[in-house]
Design a protein around this ligand. Structure first.
Ligand code: 3H9
Length: 698
C-alpha cells in the first residue's frame, strides 16, 4: 500500500520535493510507512535536482505518532526506526521543512523536531501525549524539545501531555511560522528562503543545554505529576529525561531516553494504559445498522437536584438547550442557585470566563410544568430513586412529550423495562446513568432495555460524544455493570471489618493498590442511606443461607449517613472531608462480629486486596456471560472512568489477565471453600482459566 507520495514543485526557480504522509485514519508511523518514508527521504536528499524538501500530512492529521498497535511486536524493530528517520532529516544537506497541516502528536511531532523549519496551519494541534500511554517521547522529544523551547515549557508539554494550539506553539518557539495563506505554499517559501540564504536553518544545538534552571522546577513537576497521574511511573521518567538535557549532550541524552522508553513500553503500566486507550474507543463505537438517524437538539431534565443540575450543566457546556423541571418554584430556585454556584466555581478555577458562563446559563430554561417539555427530543429523568416515583413521572412524560421523543432514566439500579412498561413507546425508553458530579465525571452507562431501538441508542451515543462523555452500552439488571459489581466489592469490605480489619486498614490497603478512594470512604462520600435503601429493597430476594453483614445497616440506624451527616464509617470535623477513625464504630464492628459468632483475627493487606478486587473480577465475568456488558474491556472502562480503579492496572478484568486467570481462579476457589457461596467461580472465568484464555481475547 502506498502511504507516502512525493511531488516535485517548482517554487521561485527552486525545486522542492513535497513528501506527504497518507496513512488513514491518523497517519500513524507504523513499520511499513517508516520504510517508505525512509526511502522517499533518502532518494530526494540524494536527488541533485531537488533543492529542498517539505514534509506534510494528508487530511486532518500531520501524524498521530507511532503506531501504538505495533508496540511490543517485532514490527517496532523494522528499520529505519523513527529515531533513524529523524536523524536522516536532521543531518540532510538540504533543508527539510515541516508543513504541519493538522494534528501532530507524539512521534509525529518528534519528526518535525528534526526538521530545519516548522510552518503550521491555524487549525493544527501539537503535543507529546505519550505519558498518557505510560511511555515517554522516545524519538528524541525529551531531548530536542527542551533545547528548542526551554526546560519549563518542555516539562509542561511532555509531562502535561496536553496539545498546544498553533498560536501557543508559536508563542513558545515550538514552531517558526503560522501559515497565513496556503500552508504548503508558505512551507515551500520558507524552505526556498533557507536555500537562498535569506533565512537560517533551525538547528538543535547538540551540546548540553546551557540554561540556568532551579531544581525546584523539577520538584514542582514531580508533585504535579503525582497528583495528576496517581501511581504512574512514566511521568517521573519523562522528568528525569528532560533533566538529562542539562548534563548530557544530544547523543547521550537520546541514548538515555531510548533506554527509558524501552523499559516503560515493556512494563505492565504502559500495557494497561494502552489497553484502556483502545477499550475506550471500542466502547464508544455506535451500534445502529442503517435506518433513519435521530437527532437530539433540545433536552428536558426532570429533577434539579445534584444529578439533574449536573446533567443540565453538561448539556449547556456543549451548547445544547435544556429545560429543567422541578415540582415547585422553591425546588427549581434551589437547583438553579446550585448550578449558578457551580459555574461560579468554574470561573474561579479559570475553566470558563464570566461571559462563557452567562452563555451557558442562558441555555438552561426552568419550569414546573410538564407541558414545557413537549418540544424536547430527549428527556432525562433524574428524580428520587424509587420505582413508584419513576413510573409516575414516565406516565406523565409519555402523555405530554412528542411521540418520537426519547425518554431516559438516570436510575443507577432500577429495572428500565418495568419503567418502559408504563409508556406507549417502549422502543424509546432507556437508561442514562450519569456519575456524580455529572458535569465532571466522563462515564455514562447507556442502559438498553428489552425493547430499546438501536436508533435510540445511536442517538444517545452521538449526544454523549457531544457532551464529552464516554458512553458504555450495558443491559438491564440490578445495578447494571458498575453498581452490580460494586455491591460485591463493598460486601467483602464489610465482611473484612467483621473478621478483624479496621475501616482505615481496608481503605488504606485499597488506596495503596491504587484505588482513588477506599470502599468505606467512598460509601461515606456517596451517602450510606443510598446503599441502605438498595439493601432494603433486595432483602426479600436475599437467600437467608447467605452470610449478611449488618455493620452498614447499624451505622445507618445511628443516623450516620456519611459525610453529609458528619459521620458514617468515620467521623468528620465540621467543614472537613478528612475521614477520622471513630472508636464508636470500632466497638460497633466488634459487637456485630460477636453477634455473628465471628472470631476476629489479623488480616493482611494482601487478603483485603484479593477479597475485594477478585470479587469485582468474578462478578465482572458473570456480567459478561449474562451479556450485560458487551465485552470485558467495557467493564474496565466503567471501572477506570467511573469508580476510581487505577488506570495503570487497566481495569479489573485486564488486571486479572495480568495476574493470570488460573491464579485468580485458584484464589477464588479457596475463598469459595472458606467463605461460602458468594464466591462460586464464574463459569466464564473457569472456562478461560482452564483453556489458557484471557478476558482480553474475548
Ligand atoms: C509515540 O508516538 C511514541 C514515540 O514517541 C516514540 C516511538 C519510538 N496508533 O481516537 P480516534 C486509531 S506513542 C495506532 O477514534 P479521533 C484509534 O484506535 C503515540 N492507532 O480518532 C482508532 O482506531 P479504530 C503518541 C491509532 O479523531 C482510530 O485511530 N500518540 C493511533 O477522535 C481513530 O482514532 C498518541 O498518543 C496510534 N497512534 O482522535 C495519540 N491513534 O477506528 C493517540 C489513533 O480501529 N491518539 N489510532 O477504533 C489520539 O489521541 C487520537 O486517536 C487522535 C485522533 C487525537 C490522534
Amino acid at each position: 500500500m502506498t502511504m507516502i507520495t512525493t511531488e516535485i514543485r517548482h517554487f521561485e526557480d527552486t525545486a522542492v520535493a513535497v513528501i506527504s504522509i497518507d496513512n488513514p485514519p491518523v497517519n500513524s508511523l507504523g513499520s511499513q510507512l517508516r520504510v517508505q518514508l525512509g526511502e522517499a527521504l533518502t532518494s530526494t536528499i540524494a536527488d541533485p535536482l531537488v533543492q529542498a524538501i517539505v514534509l506534510t500530512g494528508t487530511g486532518r492529521f500531520f501524524s498521530g505518532g507511532a503506531d501504538i498497535r505495533e508496540f511490543n511486536t517485532p514490527k517496532t524493530g523494522v528499520r529505519p526506526v523513527l529515531r533513524e528517520i529523524i536523524s536522516i532529516i536532521e543531518n540532510a544537506a538540504k533543508p527539510v521543512v515541516a508543513a504541519i497541516n493538522g494534528i501532530a502528536l507524539g512521534g509525529g511531532l518528534e519528526l518535525t523536531l528534526g526538521c530545519h523549519g516548522r510552518v503550521v496551519s491555524k487549525e493544527a494541534k501539537l503535543g507529546l501525549p505519550e505519558v498518557k500511554l505510560g511511555v515517554l517521547p522516545g524519538a528524541g522529544g525529551t531531548q530536542r524539545l527542551p533545547r528548542l523551547v526551554g526546560v519549563s515549557a518542555a516539562l509542561d508539554i511532555i509531562v502535561g501531555g496536553e496539545p498546544l494550539t498553533a498560536d501557543q506553539a508559536q508563542a513558545c518557539g515550538l514552531v517558526d511560522q503560522v501559515a497565513t495563506g496556503n500552508l504548503q505554499d508558505d512551507a515551500c517559501a520558507y524552505a526556498v528562503s533557507i536555500v537562498q540564504g535569506t533565512r537560517a536553518r533551525s538547528r538543535i544545538d547538540p551540546a548540553p543545554l546551557d540554561e540556568p534552571v532551579d531544581e525546584a522546577i523539577f520538584d514542582n513537576a514531580r508533585q504535579k505529576a503525582q497528583r495528576k497521574y496517581r501511581g504512574c511511573t512514566a511521568p517521573l521518567a519523562c522528568i528525569e529525561c528532560v533533566a538529562k538535557c542539562l548534563s548530557a549532550d544530544l547523543s547521550s541524552g537520546l541514548a538515555y531516553e531510548a533506554e527509558q522508553f524501552a523499559r516503560l513500553v515493556n512494563g505492565e503500566q504502559s500495557k494497561a494504559l494502552r489497553h484502556i486507550f483502545f477499550a475506550e474507543r471500542k466502547a464508544v463505537k455506535r451500534v445502529a445498522m442503517g435506518g433513519p438517524s435521530l437527532t437530539i437538539r433540545k433536552v428536558g431534565v426532570v429533577g434539579a437536584g445534584t444529578m439533574g443540575g449536573g446533567i443540565a450543566m453538561s448539556l449547556a457546556n456543549a451548547g445544547i438547550p435544556v429545560m429543567l423541571l422541578e415540582q415547585s418554584d422553591a425546588a427549581i430556585k434551589k437547583g438553579w442557585e446550585t448550578i449558578q454556584h457551580n459555574f461560579a466555581g468554574n470561573v474561579k478555577r479559570g475553566r470558563f470566563t464570566e461571559s462563557q458562563v452567562q452563555q451557558r446559563l442562558q441555555l438552561i430554561g426552568r419550569t414546573t410544568r410538564y407541558e414545557d417539555l413537549s418540544d424536547s427530543d430527549l428527556i432525562i429523568e433524574a428524580a428520587f430513586e424509587d420505582m413508584a416515583v419513576k413510573k409516575e413521572i414516565f406516565t406523565r412524560l409519555d402523555s405530554v412529550c412528542q411521540s418520537d421523543a426519547i425518554l431516559a432514566s438516570n436510575t443507577s439500579r432500577l429495572d428500565i423495562d418495568e419503567i418502559a412498561a408504563v409508556t406507549s413507546r417502549r422502543d424509546k425508553i432507556l437508561g442514562m446513568h450519569f456519575f456524580s458530579p455529572a458535569n465532571v465525571m466522563r462515564l455514562l452507562e447507556v442502559v438498553k432495555g428489552a425493547h430499546t431501538s438501536n436508533q435510540v441508542i445511536d442517538a444517545v451515543f452521538e449526544l454523549a460524544g457531544k457532551i464529552d462523555k464516554t458512553p458504555v452500552l450495558v443491559g438491564v439488571c440490578d445495578g447494571f455493570v458498575g453498581n452490580r459489581m460494586i455491591s460485591h466489592y463493598t460486601r467483602e469490605a464489610y465482611f473484612l471489618l467483621e473478621e478483624g480489619a479496621s475501616p482505615a486498614q481496608i481503605d488504606g490497603a485499597l488506596r495503596s493498590f491504587g484505588m482513588a478512594m477506599g470502599p468505606l470512604q467512598m460509601q461515606d462520600m456517596a451517602g450510606l442511606d443510598i446503599s441502605w435503601a438498595a439493601r432494603k429493597r433486595q432483602a426479600g430476594t436475599r437467600s437467608p443461607d447467605l452470610r449478611y453483614s449488618c455493620v452498614a445497616d447499624r451505622i445507618c440506624e445511628m443516623g450516620r449517613f456519611g459525610q453529609k451527616t458528619g459521620s458514617g464509617f468515620y467521623r468528620y470535623e465540621p467543614g472537613s472531608r478528612k475521614p477520622l477513625p471513630d472508636p464508636e464504630i470500632d466497638l460497633l464492628i466488634a459487637l456485630c462480629a460477636q453477634e455473628a459468632g465471628i472470631i476476629r483475627r489479623d488480616i493482611s493487606d494482601q487478603e483485603i486486596i484479593a477479597r475485594t478486587i477478585y470479587a469485582l473480577v468474578n462478578e465482572g465475568a458473570k456480567i459478561v456471560q449474562d451479556q450485560i456488558a458487551q465485552r470485558p474491556s467495557d467493564i474496565d472502562v466503567v471501572y477506570v472512568a467511573g469508580y476510581g480503579f487505577p488506570i495503570f492496572r487497566g481495569g479489573p478484568m485486564f488486571y486479572a489477565d495480568t495476574i493470570g486467570l488460573p491464579t485468580v481462579l485458584e484464589t477464588i476457589k479457596e475463598f469459595h471453600e472458606r467463605f461460602g457461596d458468594y464466591w462460586s467461580p464464574a463459569p466464564l472465568l473457569t472456562q478461560l482459566a482452564q483453556n489458557g484464555g484471557k478476558f482480553s481475547d474475548l
